[in-house]
Design a protein around this ligand. Structure first.
Ligand code: C5P
Length: 223
């Protein structure tokens, strides 16, 4: 067994973007690098947790010493998280696509004289909300992220209520902050006690501070 305050605790982390296929060679994605989720995975391992790391196609390599589950789509990420339960905590740091292409082609779409392709969309399952709303077997601590471009604290507080999670780690990803894809993060932690603005720091430092708070809560629930 690994030493550390989270020894014997199972934590599931989602990280990275998802890819939603348009056809066998094309997909819809987003700019998530997986850096913050990976840093959180690493900090949890360092604290002794047993970590299931469910990652989309991220730019940064995944943390060592986890049970690694690589997925492509939001639906597959949802299924992998559900299959990995039960857990003491779940951290949803992935940038999950809200929509998938409902009319994705089984064959590569071709330029045609019939004109431009028209994509239709279907809503993806919300992993954070689904985990938060589990009755029996709900993890003791469910943490979500919120990437906003304005009015961060107010929107994150609303998001916490809407998703039913315990904490929201909110950040401002508006142009010029260099946060999405960057090495630093400036976050606001929203809990039942209100909102705390943390100073801008490296993503590793954000992860370590977040995990220290998780240790406080998880060891208070069941020492
Ligand atoms: O609603 P929004 O996408 O802004 O919420 C962000 C939070 O919800 C993140 O923690 C993200 O990982 C999670 N999420 C999820 N499944 C989705 C959409 C978002 O787990 N389909």
């Amino acid at each position: 067994l690994s030493p550390g305050p989270l020894r014997g605790r199972h934590v599931i982390v989602t990280s990275g973007p998802t890819h939603e296929p348009i056809d066998p060679v094309r997909y819809i994605a987003n700019r998530s690098s997986g850096a913050q989720g990976t840093a959180i995975g690493r900090a949890l391992v360092a604290a002794g947790a047993t970590v299931t790391f469910v990652t989309g196609p991220a730019v940064v390599p995944p943390p060592a010493d986890t049970t690694l589950v690589r997925v492509e789509t939001a639906q597959a990420m949802h299924d992998a998280v559900m299959a990995a339960l039960p857990a003491d905590a779940v951290v949803c740091a992935a940038a999950v696509a809200d929509w998938r292409v409902a009319n994705a082609g089984a064959q590569k779409m071709k330029k045609s004289v019939d004109g431009l392709p028209v994509l239709t969309f279907a809503e993806n399952p919300d992993i954070l909300a689904a985990v938060s709303r589990l009755g029996d077997g709900r993890p003791a601590l469910v943490v979500g992220f919120a990437a906003e471009t304005q009015d961060v604290t107010r929107l994150a507080t609303q998001k916490r209520a809407r998703k039913g999670c315990d904490w929201i780690v909110a950040n401002d990803v508006s142009a010029g902050t260099c946060i999405m894809g960057g090495t630093e993060n400036a976050v606001t932690l929203v809990t039942d006690a209100g909102a705390e603005d943390w100073p801008r720091m490296g993503k590793d430092a954000v992860a370590e501070r977040l995990v220290a708070r998780m240790v406080d809560v998880l060891t208070a629930v069941t020492p």
